[in-house]
Design a protein around this ligand. Sequence first.
Ligand SMILES: Cc1cc2nc3c(=O)[nH]c(=O)nc-3n(C[C@H](O)[C@H](O)[C@H](O)COP(=O)(O)OP(=O)(O)OC[C@H]3O[C@@H](n4cnc5c(N)ncnc54)[C@H](O)[C@@H]3O)c2cc1C
Length: 328
Amino acid sequence: MDTNYDLTIVGAGIAGLWCAWLARRSGMAVRVVERGSEALTAGCSWRAGGMLAPEVEAETAEPVVTVLGRRSLALWQAHFPQLVTMQGTLLLPPRRDPAQLNRFRRQTEGWEEADADRVVALEPVLEGHHGRGLYYPVEGHVDPRAVLPAMVAALQADGVTFEWEAALAPEAAGGPCLDCRGLDAADALPDLRGVKGEMLLIRTPDLALARPVRLLHPRHPIYVVPREGNVFMIGATTVESGGRAGVTVRGAGELLTQAYAVHPAFGEAEVLEMNAGLRPAFPDNRPRLSRRGAVVHVNGLYRHGYLLAPAMAERALAALQGGPVELE
Ligand SMILES: Cc1cc2nc3c(=O)[nH]c(=O)nc-3n(C[C@H](O)[C@H](O)[C@H](O)COP(=O)(O)OP(=O)(O)OC[C@H]3O[C@@H](n4cnc5c(N)ncnc54)[C@H](O)[C@@H]3O)c2cc1C
C-alpha cells in the first residue's frame, strides 16, 4: 500500500467516481486507478442514458433500487446540482395500446395523469402524435459524457490522484480498497454477467424535448433522453448476449423504428453514433456489496448505475469501516 493514501479505488466508472467523491468529502486521501485513458470511454458508464428514474424503474426493478435510487437522487442534487436536470419523466403508451399505462399505475408511485393537453404542455413538439400518458415529476437526468469528466475534474481539484491506463487487481492494492471494476470484476465475482445495452446518438435541430420520454412498446420499449446541442440519446436494448458486445442490425433497427414512433421528425435526424455497453449484473439483477479482507466490491449496478452510484458509494464506505454489506 502506498502510504500516501487511505483508500484505493479501482475503476473510474460512475461507481468509482462517486465512491472517490464521498471518500474525499469524509477527509480520506484517495487514489483512483483506471485501466482506460483519461477519455473515460472504457467502461459501461460512457454509454449510459443517464436517467435518474427511481419511480419509473420500480415497474421492473427490485424495491432496493427504488429505495437507493431515491436517496441517490437527493445526493446528486446536493453534490452536483449543476449536472442534474430535474424535469421528471414522461411515459407514453403506443397509440393503440393505452392499457400499457395501467401496469405502471399499479406498480409504481409518484406519477400524475397526463392527458393529451398536459402531454403537449410538457412537450409541445409531441402535439398530434400521442394521447394520454403518465408524468413522474420527481425524477431527473444527467448527461454521462458531461458528468464523468466534470467529476474527475472536481476530484482532481480536491486532491484526488488518478492513475490512468493502469490496471490493478484490488487485492494487490495492499490496503483498504473499493473494487469498482464493473464487469471486469467477474474474476472475483463469478456470478457477474454482462447484459448488453445498445444505444444511438442522433441529432436534429427540428425537435426539442425537456425531459426523457419513454415509449412503452410491449416488445421494444425505448426512451429518448435530450442532451445539449440538439442531440438525443436513444436507448436501449436489453440483450442476454453472453458477454458479446457490439451493435447488431436488429438492435439498431428496433431503436430507430421506435424513435420514429416517438416523433416522425426523428426520421430525418442525423445518426452520430451507434454503441453498446455490457451492464454488470448479478443473476437477481440487484446491486450488491461484498467484502473480502480489505476489499469491498461494489457491483451489479445493471441498468441503474447512475441512479444507484451515490447511495451505493455511501453504503460501500460504511462497509469499509465494518458496517453491513447488506443493502436492505
Ligand atoms: C445503453 C445503456 C444505457 C444505460 N442507461 C442508464 C440510465 O439511463 N440510467 C442509469 O442509472 N444507468 C444506465 N445504464 C447502466 C449504467 O451504465 C451502468 O450500471 C454503470 O455504467 C455501471 O458502472 P460501473 O462504474 O459499475 O462500471 P463501468 O462504467 O464499466 O466502470 C468500470 C471501470 O473499471 C475499469 N477497470 C476495469 N478493470 C480494471 C482494472 N483491473 N484496473 C483499473 N481499472 C479497471 C474500466 O476500464 C471501467 O472504466 C445504462 C447502460 C447501458 C449499456
